[in-house]
Design a protein around this ligand. Sequence first.
Ligand SMILES: *Cc1c(COP(=O)(O)O)cnc(C)c1O
Length: 551
Amino acid sequence: MVEDFKWANQLARPVIAGFKAYSARGASTKALHMDANESPWAPPPAGPREEDYNRYPAQQPPVLMARLSGLYGVPAENILLGRGADEAIDVLLRTFCEAGEDNVLICPPSFGYFDIAAQVQGAGIVKVPLDKNYDIDQAAVKKALETNAIKIAMLCSPNNPTGNSVPSDFIESLCAEHPNTLIMVDEAYSEFAARGNLSDLLDKNRNLVLMRTLSKAYGLAGVRAGVALANPQIINLMLKVLPPYPVPRPVEQAVMKALAPSAMAVHDSRMAIWMSERARLMEALPDCNMIAKVYPSDANFILLKAKDDDALLASLTRFNIKIRDFRSKIPGHFRISVGMPEENDLLLSALGITPEAVINERVAEAFRTTKETDISVRVNLDDPGTVAIETGLGFFDHMLEQIAKHGGMGLTLKCAGDLHIDSHHSVEDTALAFGTALKQALGNKAGIGRYGFVMPMDETQARVAIDLSGRPAFVFNGNFPTENVGAFAAEMCPHFFQSLSQSLGASIQIDVKGDNTHHMIEACFKGVGRALRPAISRGPTTDIPSTKGVI
Ligand SMILES: *Cc1c(COP(=O)(O)O)cnc(C)c1O
């Protein structure tokens, strides 16, 4: 494979292949750094976060790269991290396309920045439009690659704005048949696509370059982080072109926080909502008499063709809803991003389609990170469908499931805590975070109910009374016959409810009698769930969806 040692160099612009990368200083170390003309002082006021803001970050911060390697399932040497996939696209063009000589292939309508980045670099643009169904014209693309000196085929899958995917066997055949063309696939929306992403093809196809972003599925558009995934030879050439220190320390901190292990459960449950909302909109939108056509989508947006564009825009303007106008590129077409359930309800109302069911779900999330624990909670008081709990304590998971089940609520909860010490922090902090989320989800409905419940269980009886008064108070009467149930300390049961009453702002009173600690604790959790159920359930009157500041 000696002749292959520098295959990518032959594809790159000679000037890039020829120079040595600017030597940005590596990550700061414990050494006394007098090498980079930095200030020796952290900027005021220097808290723990800012303490190394005076030092340049690593070119590709190793901790973040390791996290992204885990997220995308490829080794760090296959990843270039930039300020968004946008920068990765720009850098790819600047690395491989000689101005006035090399061409790129674009299949419009597609992501508008491809065109702009190519023009800025001075690359020629060969356009092979999508066919009338907005599918890629496979024969025309192959022909264009054979007859034009094309350095990069710039594909987008799922394609923005049409929402459909490029078949993966077609991408594989392009890679195999055109070894001297880089086959770029912008996968900014692959998290939303049923077929997933193409990372598995990277090993076999050294000319394949994938773009991924944290801006869409992970909600980090304002942070600016996106990657190119490719063969290490390509990545190394691109690293020469990437400007010095492109990943600010606050960006690294924000990304690490949003991708913390506990946060992943929240991303998963949001994705499930996103998917069901996309399906709901796909089904509802064709009922609008201002819409002529709704296109299927593998992404978090839907392309549609208006029957009456003026009426459509006027209706949306009345509700102060903005959608993306594509009429200058595709006559009569618009793109709508899928929102939260209540936002989509508002959209459907604006379009004159009464939402089938008033969704307006009471959902809230709470995050709590301390030295001892890292917790994320998501509660949905109106959809008990999702219950996913992971605290590392089997018995505690089971107890929390009881609250969710008997309370009739969805609960996604992940806690990574210092269980090697004991369960105290995990149980207490989980209660605090859970109470915070519940309180927020109840919104202004809090403080209306006073409910009691008696929960018999074998020899055990738990009597639970809850008042969602906004004021924390806790009374507990009961003696457990043993100190522990598995790794769970019995004393943490009252402590859990005390912490819950605090963050939820509720009075919780529990009397429990019995001979078996396991039963007694379980009866407390079930009883609290049962007592919460009537407090959180809504009556038969369906509220009209909020019009959010609209007349
Ligand atoms: C949004 C979008 C991007 C931009 O990603 P960033 O990481 O935010 O720069 C790239 N490609 C496509 C197709 C997009 O729609």
